[in-house]
Design a binder for this molecule. Sequence first.
Ligand SMILES: Cc1ncc(COP(=O)(O)O)c(C=O)c1O
Length: 383
Amino acid sequence: MKATQNNDTLVLHTGNEIDGQFGALSIPIYQVSTFLQDAQGNTKGYEYSRAGNPTRNALEKAFAAIEHGARASAFGSGLAAIAAVFMLHDSGDHVVVSNVVYGGTYRLLTQVLNRMGIAATFVDTTDLGAIEAAIKPNTKAVFVETPTNPLMEVADLRAIAALCKKKNLKMIVDNTFMSPYWQNPLLLGADIVVHSATKYLGGHSDVVAGLVVTATEELGEQVHFMQKAMGGILGPQDCWLLMRGIKTLSVRMEKHEQNARALAEWLCTLPEIKKVYYPGLQSHPQHEIAKKQARGFGGMISFELADAALADSFLNRLQIITLAISLGGVESLICCPAKTTHASIPVEVLNRLGISDRLVRFSVGIENVEDLKEDILQALQAE
Ligand SMILES: Cc1ncc(COP(=O)(O)O)c(C=O)c1O
């Protein structure tokens, strides 16, 4: 294929090359655990599906291309991908992590990896000084989630990359909320990007998966080793589903964002809403940084209800917007992070960060935007 850097084209024509045998336009699902060896050690490129599988390879190749990295590895969930990346570290190492992160990442660091001797300090990664102050002699990496889940804070990826370079640290970015359609952290200086592919990449709320992409082949080999050694691979059926989802990423992301922009501005006008968190709003504290490092603002909005007592009834009354955790599917999903996705973070930490029971996280779907507004209004105003 003619060389292109354009994701809309890359996503359709990389890794998914037409099947050599029958010309199938969709990569076959190699539902197989092991592969014939003509003679001892003489394989046709694959020997056992934990180490490598053609369907998984196709997905990994396509994804490395759209994140503009050297190599990708697919895992059985976003958390398996994140765990594999942290397992690149040794006992005695230290990492600096965004203080507002997905609850599962926090739980992994504070209840599992700490027992393996990998320590984490959580800081406000929108504050470069705070990151620098947290760096210790044994610090090996900075892990940034941006925009953060659920407060939608935006960290300055170029500035953090420069700091990491100066201090000889790996920079790891959780790019789940933006997807490679809007943001490519590797092009801004990051070393490793992780995704919960369960979200926008799958896009249809029907697969749980994770992806890691590295800037260099060498780091990619280390992640691939972890994939093989710890075994948290993505199965061939799910790889195929993910590839099918990724093919329509560009059209879905455009529509998610179009709806989210319209809704964020409209929500700001409602007296029942106290505060709206969306990087696309001019009033967002890091709006200018978001504009400089990403091509769009995505489809995630958080907002606080003015009356905390109404939060549960508001969520229960919604009829089109579905009360469910997860995000990034074509259908609108809403949840209260303090009670669900972030419940594994201690209440005092949540309170300090501003993640209260009145804060709701809204994954804006691709429905008709007027229907979404109507649904919110009836849920806010019902007696
Ligand atoms: C930003 C972010 N990272 C990682 C994860 C974990 O992904 P998974 O649920 O696929 O394990 C999630 C899940 O919600 C997430 O929102």
